[in-house]
Design a protein around this ligand. Structure first.
Ligand code: PGA
Length: 249
């Protein structure tokens, strides 16, 4: 079994001073251990404060919530994969449903961001997920597999170690409605099979996380579901003690 991955997506929450306070509490509850990976995704302007707070804890990893696909240039307000990497990020979220639905990010842009991330040495966490209407129409598998194929358009077998997938049903994000462990593993098993078609042997190296209203009460059973390799958590990662208890699940 892979070591479980616990990823905290803070979205647009926690200013630098709040992040420093958060980390003091979190680190007091979470000593170094080899049996799980923890990754934080702070807002870009909070990133440096988190790097500072974690300077004695290289076991805890960092990522950014978004990148532009170009390496540099006249893209006001954006950050590139290489800037993220140079700032201490090892991961980047790509194609999160809020990027797709609030900011209109397309499958093509997602694919370009994934390619740019792997080129710069970042691991891209590709988020896929169906809306409530698509789920009711029985289109879940079709939608998530099509998002997956599009996102992996430029990924080679050799880059399989630099990508992860997060299955995040849109209807479950921030709503308090969680997929059942069966819903999650059904989607994960379909994604794993498709990864096998896209990447051949490399597909087994790709962890698949579940995200969408994960909390202290449901983390253990979701993590225990077949083919769930970790959790991507928004709201429940904002409280240091609560997040520590999820990470110690
Ligand atoms: P949530 O968000 O845990 O608040 O539902 C998850 C995510 O958007 O990654």
């Amino acid at each position: 079994m892979r070591q479980p991955i616990f990823a905290a997506n803070w979205k647009m929450n926690h200013a630098p001073a709040d992040a420093a306070v958060f980390m003091r509490t979190f680190l007091a509850h979470f000593g170094k251990r080899q049996d799980r990976s923890v990754i934080f995704f702070p807002p870009a302007l909070t990133f440096g404060a988190v790097v500072g707070a974690l300077k004695d804890r290289p076991d805890i990893l960092l990522g950014v919530q978004n990148i532009h696909w170009e390496d540099k240039g006249a893209f006001t307000g954006e950050n590139s994969a290489s800037i993220a990497r140079a700032s201490g990020a090892k991961y980047v979220l790509v194609g999160h449903s809020e990027r797709r639905h609030v900011f209109g990010e397309t499958d093509e842009q997602v694919a370009k961001k994934v390619a740019s991330a792997t080129r710069a040495g970042l691991t891209a966490i590709v988020c896929v997920g169906e809306t409530g209407a698509q789920r009711e129409a029985g289109e879940t598998t079709q939608v998530v597999l099509s998002q997956l194929r599009a996102a992996f358009a430029h990924v080679t077998n050799a880059e399989a170690g630099n990508v992860m997938v997060a299955y995040e049903p849109v209807w479950a994000i921030g709503t308090g409605k969680t997929a059942t462990p069966l819903d999650a593993s059904t989607a994960h098993i379909a994604l794993r099979a498709e990864l096998g078609r896209i990447l051949d042997s490399g597909s087994l190296a790709v962890p698949i996380l579940y995200g969408g209203s994960v909390n202290r009460g449901n983390a253990a059973e979701l993590l225990g579901a077949p083919d769930v390799d970790g959790l991507l958590v928004g709201g429940a990662s904002l409280d240091a003690e609560g997040w520590a208890s999820i990470v110690l699940t």
